[in-house]
Design a protein around this ligand. Sequence first.
Ligand code: ADA
Length: 583
Amino acid sequence: MISKTPPVSRLFAQHSVRAVESLDGEWMLHVPVGAVTLDPIEWEDADRTFSYSVPSVWEKIPELVNYRGHAVARRTFALAEAARVGLVFKGASHTARVFVDGREIGGHHNAYTPFALDAGELEAGEHELLVHLTNEHGEASALHVSNDYYNYGGLTRPVELHVFRGDCTIRFVHFTPTGGAGDWSGRFEFAVTNLGEPVRADLTIELAGRTVRLGDVFIGAGESRHVAEADFPDVEAWSPDHPKLYHLVATLAVGGEVVDDWADRTGFRTVVAEGEKILLNGKPVFLMGFNRHEDHAEFGCALPLAALVADVDTMLDLGCNAVRTSHYPNDERFLDLCDERGLMVWEENHARGLSLEQMQHPRFREQCRAGNAEMVEWHYNHPSILLWGILNECASHTEAGRAMYAEQFEQIEALDASRATTFASCHPGDDLCLGLPDVCGFNWYHNWYTSHDVGACFEHGLPGIEVRGAGEKPMIASEFGGGAIPGYFDPVRRAKWSEDRQGDVLEECLDVYLNHPRLSGSFIWQFCDVRVDEGWAMSRPRTMNNKGVVDERRKPKLSYKVVKRLHEAKDTVRSRGEALPVG
Ligand code: ADA
């Protein structure tokens, strides 16, 4: 059999029947010189070959620090016996074509969502896995464009080899809790894939001490869905102060033999937007935290677990109870940590600041739809995710843009009606989409890009946005902040870009946004400084977005203590000191 390398793509094992091997570690990376294109199977023509450690960004290789183009990542794996095999990529940046033994088995677009491919029946012995990657900005990509963050290249999240026992496999089980204290129940939706003849099977789920059985189920060819319901009178609810998690273990048996299993972690909690409040387990909650890009001076967007843990711990130290995954779905280990530590999450799809013309890119619709479906499918069971967000700062002030927002909200609500939806608008004066989501977010930079008084602007703008659709809905200050070049102090003049000025800006904003009764959340822009595309360099000193409260290496700026003080003074500040479970 294959070796049993412990899983590394989640904080717990997802399979004990299905054999899973991590394909992280040493790969080869083949890159052309003097050109940016490389034929996937002609990798031997590449002029440069590097030893490449997966997961990581290829920009970590000094010669590739600014490389935008094609590359081929290659390694082998061995099977002790013939088997049906699948490959899971948690993040390939940004477009991938995957080949096994020279045969193309599938592809994927979008750096920030996971995908699984079936490699079919493979013989015992050694096999070659080759992934053709590109991080090019060009016609093929509607979403990866020159932007105020950096599109890295490479296999940036873990890769796994799955060895199946047969044709029938569990793709996922989605659990939706309903009810409340002493009265919890839940609905399970099984997605099963059958690549063989129709069979009858037994599906079993264990959760919180209960076993739920669906016996003698007809499993037709292809993909099928199966639903079960159960009561859980004695479970504890998940909340920021008490992030209680339960393991869900599903098995699939054919002819009495268990042929596949699938596990996840989940929690019991409800989320609704009611009137002007967001209710978590029936009680109003105020979301307080940061916008966070997955970026780090040392690791690019491929942060190892220790760095993810440090980021979560730092946000907790800063008094946060929430985080917004601006502007794309995050690494699942980060979401696992949020589940464990009780950080509430606004997770959003991948899109930032696209004009109407960019939204009319021929591939925009298809690429958004695929990314939305993957985000919801793979992250459904995380109790920490309260909000699904879409299309940050896109053309929500145009009729054509509105139709696209409406279509995407419909898609997400059809996939998951158990969470609230939202988006962050930068068009408070003429937005046409405020009636569409459950919660309205606004990106306000009053005392940074303009010099207006924050409180006065908020009061002045409020009636207008309420009339345009935000009335009677919860509202969130989804972005605000200012830039500070790390180490530049100016305690007297307090010039823009000084750490002193950033502290002033955040203090003024937080005073208003944390305390206004009309708001249900505040997300500072942003947690850490991040690399941006060269196209943004002239308004971004160091070619970085410098609005982090910590710099790109997580060194705190002066504003750290301002934020910590004001967050801790807010009465929704989470209690701390609970044990932090790992694994
Ligand atoms: C916008 C955008 C962010 C970032 C920010 C800024 O609101 O949503 O991604 O670019 O502005 O720093 O100006």
